[in-house]
Design a binder for this molecule. Structure first.
Ligand SMILES: Nc1ncnc2c1ncn2[C@@H]1O[C@H](COP(=O)(O)OP(=O)(O)OP(=O)(O)O)[C@@H](O)[C@H]1O
Length: 482
């Protein structure tokens, strides 16, 4: 079942609007992996509103379902010049809001839409079942689950204070939504994730606002809610991972490298970079991406030491980290000094980026073969890459060279994060990537990041065309097709 919610145009009395010839407007489904667009542009929009005050794409709706059992989360984003109202309250340009069943979205003086949730069932005592507090300091934790992982659950949270303040202004005002990661683990691990994240400020790294230690040694990490889902779900279509265009891959990889350069300069190594830990602001190309899940990240700035603990996910894990095909040698993620290796450093993140780049360009995980842990580890140690397979056919040699370089088994030959940015694949598109990044990708960033990215003023060339990359690629594809 692909429908995650519905958007229906209504009249001023709240009744469904079924005009002659426009009955298709009644209850348009929000489906998985597709953004529902409302605006003036006939080619791109699902609901076309032909009025001068309506922007080409005025607002968009989409839904995210973390897994088969989870309740979808649907969002609306204001992309317009003239604005939209959510329950009579204006949104800011580029603002995204999590929707609740029955929410009303208005394009002033043009149209009004009602959002219906597909699944409304949220067990009231879910928080109790999960052993999660409803109120932590100034925060209210809601029973809406965004995602789950090995270490706990991620739920929607709102600021309690803000809620009561806004309630006096209007009953319908929605407080901003945040994500709370609730971790019930050993205190030392818990502290590390919180400590590391609180020190980081970068538009491509998850922003943590506060942390609280609740009863039962549960840590609450209040973070920005990143509404576009993770990169794995974005690529997963019809039971397989679909590659993205080379242009889209460049924009993703560029942002991951930006985050890694910052992270490594702060002495932090992520150690678990994978598709599931890369979040998207909107599930569409050229969106801002955010690295999340610093659960096993390590701060090595104090000692500049190398790391010896075997952690991570074998599919994305650099050979020097020391995963072994024979699981009996270590149990799960215990601390095992890697005897035949000298330990490892921040370049383990570069290897993971190599695996990620391979997957997003081809839909194939380079060392996966039969999927058994043993074969993945053996294949990664061997480092053999096969560029002869069909999905590489339309990919440029420089992209292949980039992947080859990052997946060097010998870590000393692998570039560090700054050198990865200097690779010809990215350098060739340097100017366009920079402009796209500063003019478009960072547009929704509201926080005063210390990172210099936001303060850099770049001159836009007179003939700059934000679609230039796509055109170049289209040209290339046309040539290769003939
Ligand atoms: N701030 C956020 N905004 C939106 N979604 C999020 C956020 N944080 C986490 N998620 C979602 O929740 C999922 C689980 O979160 P996270 O990876 O942090 O948990 P974990 O227990 O450390 O997982 P893992 O088992 O991968 O280690 C993510 O894959 C993502 O889909």
């Amino acid at each position: 079942m692909n429908e995650l919610g519905f958007v229906e145009e209504i009249d001023e009395n709240g009744g469904a609007l079924i005009k002659e010839g426009r009955c298709d407007l009644a209850a348009i489904p929000i489906i998985r992996n597709k953004i529902l667009k409302i605006g003036r542009n006939e080619r791109q929009c699902d609901i076309v509103l032909n009025k001068a005050c309506v922007s080409s794409i005025h607002c968009t709706f989409w839904g995210i379902k973390f897994d088969e059992d989870s309740i979808p989360m649907c969002y609306v984003k204001d992309c317009s010049l003239n604005g939209i109202l959510l329950n009579e309250q204006p949104l800011q340009r580029d603002q995204t809001c999590l929707l609740e069943d029955g929410d009303i979205v208005t394009i002033p003086a043009v149209s009004t839409f009602r959002f219906y949730a597909k699944s409304k069932l949220i067990t009231k005592d879910l928080l109790q079942q999960l052993g999660v507090q409803q109120n932590i300091d100034k925060w209210t934790i809601t029973p809406r689950v965004i995602g789950s992982g090995t270490f706990g659950h991620v739920l929607v949270a709102v600021k309690t204070k803000e809620q009561s303040k806004t309630k006096t202004r209007s009953k319908t005002t929605r407080p901003l939504d945040y994500a709370t990661k609730v971790i019930k683990l050993k205190p030392d691990r818990v502290d590390k994730e919180a400590q590391i994240l609180l020190q980081l400020r970068h538009p491509n790294i998850i922003r943590v606002h506060s942390t609280f230690l609740g009863p039962d040694q549960k840590l609450y990490l209040i973070q920005d809610l990143v509404p576009g889902g993770d990169l794995f779900s974005y690529l997963a279509k019809e039971d397989r991972l679909m590659p993205v265009s080379e242009t889209e891959a460049l924009v993703i990889v560029y942002q991951i490298i930006k985050a890694l350069i910052y992270l490594h300069s702060e002495g932090v190594v992520h150690r678990d970079l994978k598709l599931d830990n890369i979040l998207l602001c909107v599930p569409e190309p050229c969106t801002r991406i955010v690295l999340a899940d610093f659960g096993i990240a390590r701060n090595i700035s104090s000692s500049r030491s190398r790391m010896h603990t075997v952690v991570g996910t074998p599919e994305y894990c650099a050979p020097e980290v020391g995963f072994r095909a024979d699981r009996l040698i270590y149990r799960e993620f215990t601390r095992v000094a890697t005897l035949e290796y000298q330990g490892y450093d921040a370049k383990c993140d570069i290897w993971s980026l190599g695996v990620i780049t391979h997957i997003i360009l081809t839909g194939i995980s380079p060392f996966y073969s039969d999927g058994s842990e043993g074969s993945i580890i053996r294949n990664a140690k061997n480092g053999h890459l096969n560029f002869e397979i069909e999905p590489w056919r339309h990919v440029s040699d420089s992209a292949k060279g980039f992947v080859r370089k990052l997946l060097q088994v010998n870590a000393s030959k692998r570039p560090n994060s700054s050198a990865a940015l200097q690779h010809s694949w990215l350098q060739k598109h340097k100017a366009q990537l920079r402009i796209l990044y500063h003019q478009r990708i960072l547009r929704d960033v509201k926080h005063p990041f210390e990172a210099k990215e936001l303060h850099e003023k770049r001159r836009v060339p007179k003939n700059f065309n934000p679609h230039q990359l796509d055109l170049e690629e289209a040209k290339k594809l046309r040539t290769s097709a003939t």
